[in-house]
Design a protein around this ligand. Structure first.
Ligand code: 3EB
Length: 378
C-alpha cells in the first residue's frame, strides 16, 4: 500500500539545534577541525575504544566486532546548530561519563563484573563463591550501572531516558539456572523501580546485545530534558508485557520513540527482530527473519507517523545497525535487506549475540525527520 500525505510539520527553523548521527571512520574523525568537536556529544567505537582523546568527549565501545567493510567505524552523536554550548560532566562517585547541552545528554558507563565480584568477596567473604555460573556480579553490576545513570539524569535534570544501548558479555550463557539476559532484565527492572521510574509505557527505546566473554558490560544512552513520545508496534506485544516464559521479569523498553523538541526531531527504533506478537517466527531462516524484521520496522514508521500526525519519517531517512549472530549469515541478511532498502542506505553490520537464542538477526535504526513538508510514505 502506498500512502501519500501532506505533512503538517513546520520545516525545521535554521536556528534550531538538531541531534545528528554519523558513522565515520577513525580517519574521518581525526581530520575534523576543532569547531566540529565542539558539537560532539559522544563517540562509540564498535570493536574497541576509538583512538581519540577521551578528555574532550565521552568515548566508549560496544565491543561488537564489525563485519564486512565497516572496519574502524565509529558512531558519532552531534548536536548541530549555531550557539550550542556543550558541557562535560563526571559525577562524583559515578562511573558515568557524559556531555550535554540544554536539551540533550549523551552518557556512557562500563563496568567489569570481575571488579564487582572482588568488591563482593571483600565485603562478604569468599564463602559466597564465584563459580562460573554466578549471576550475582551481573545483577549487581547492572543495578549499579542503572543507579549511576539515573543519578546523573537527576543531577543534570535530563530526566527522560530516550534511548539506551546495553551490551552484555555472553548474553545467552546460562548462569545459576537462568540465561544471563534474563538476570539482566531482573536487575534492570529493579533499578527502574528503586529510582521511582515507570516500568511501562514511558520507558526508553533500547537495544540489548551480547559481546564476547571478557568484555565489560557497556551501556550508553541519550537523555532529554523533556519527555519523548513512545511508540509501540501494533504487530508486537509490548516487551514490558511479555509473558513469563520469556523470563520472570519482562524487558523494559519501548519499541521506538520520537524526540521532537527544539533539538529538531528524531526517531529512535529499538532493536527489532523477527517477533510477531511475542513469538519468534521463521526459526532457522535468517533471510525470512530479516524480512520480518523490516516489516516490523515499517510498522513502527507508520505508527510513528500516525502519532506525530504527518508523514515525517521514512525508510530512506533511517540509518541502520544490523546485529548478526553468525558471521556466515552476513550475505543472506545483506541480500534480504537489498530487497527492502535502497543501495545507498546507511547500514552498519556488527557481530553480536541476540537476546533470544532463536533470533539470528536484530536491526536498530535512527532517523531524522524528512526536511520537506510533503514527505511521501511508501
Ligand atoms: C525483542 O524484541 C528482541 O532488552 O532492551 C530488543 C531491543 C530486544 C531491546 C532489551 C531486547 C531489548 O524482544 C530483543
Amino acid at each position: 500500500m502506498t500512502i501519500t500525505r501532506t505533512s503538517t510539520a513546520t520545516p525545521r527553523a535554521a536556528s534550531t539545534a538538531a541531534l545528528q548521527l554519523d558513522y565515520l571512520s577513525s580517519d574521518q574523525i581525526a581530520s575534523q577541525p576543532p569547531s566540529w568537536w565542539q558539537n560532539v556529544l559522544g563517540v562509540v567505537g564498535f570493536e574497541k575504544l576509538p583512538a581519540i582523546e577521551a578528555a574532550r568527549v565521552p568515548v566508549t565501545a560496544s565491543m561488537t566486532p564489525s563485519l564486512g567493510a565497516n572496519d574502524n567505524l565509529c558512531e558519532v552523536w552531534r548536536v548541530a546548530g549555531p550557539e550550542i554550548h556543550l558541557s562535560n560532566g563526571a559525577a562524583r562517585q559515578s562511573r558515568v561519563q557524559y556531555r550535554f547541552c540544554e536539551d540533550l545528554l549523551f552518557g556512557s558507563i562500563t563496568i567489569e563484573e570481575r571488579v564487582i565480584d572482588e568488591l563482593t568477596i571483600e565485603t562478604k567473604g569468599p564463602c559466597h563463591g564465584r563459580a562460573d555460573g554466578d549471576s550475582g556480579a551481573l545483577l549487581r553490576a547492572t543495578e549499579i550501572a542503572y543507579q549511576e545513570i539515573f543519578g546523573v539524569l537527576k543531577q543534570t535534570e535530563h530526566r527522560h531516558l530516550i534511548r539506551i544501548w546495553n551490551y552484555l558479555p555472553e548474553i545467552n550463557r546460562e548462569a545459576d539456572g537462568d540465561e544471563r539476559y534474563r538476570h539482566f532484565n531482573s536487575a534492570r527492572r529493579l533499578a527502574f523501580r528503586n529510582s521511582g521510574r515507570a516500568t511501562l509505557s514511558t520507558v526508553p527505546a533500547a537495544s540489548a546485545l551480547g559481546s564476547p566473554a571478557g568484555s565489560p558490560i557497556s551501556i550508553y544512552f541519550l537523555a532529554a530534558r523533556k519527555p519523548p513520545r513512545m511508540i509501540e508496534n501494533p504487530r508486537q506485544t509490548s516487551a514490558y508485557h511479555y509473558p513469563p516464559k520469556f523470563g520472570r521479569h519482562s524487558p523494559i523498553f519501548s519499541r521506538a520513540c520520537v524526540l521532537s523538541e527544539s533539538t529538531g526531531t528524531n526517531l529512535f527504533v529499538s532493536g527489532t527482530a523477527s517477533i510477531v506478537g511475542h513469538e519468534t517466527i521463521h526459526q532457522g531462516d535468517v533471510a525470512a527473519q530479516t524480512r520480518e524484521t523490516m516489516v516490523n520496522i515499517n510498522a513502527l514508521l507508520d505508527e510513528a507517523n500516525r502519532v506525530v500526525g504527518s508523514a515525517r519519517y521514512s525508510l530512506d531517512g533511517l540509518k541502520f545497525k544490523v546485529y548478526v549472530r553468525q558471521p556466515s549469515d552476513l550475505s543472506a541478511i545483506d541480500g534480504a535487506l537489498s530487497g527492502a532498502l535502497r543501495s545507498s542506505a546507511s547500514i552498519v553490520y556488527l557481530q553480536a549475540d541476540v537476546c533470544r537464542e532463536d533470533l539470528l538477526v536484530e536491526i536498530e535504526a535512527t532517523g531524522e525527520s524528512a526536511r520537506d513538508s510533503a514527505a511521501v510514505l511508501s
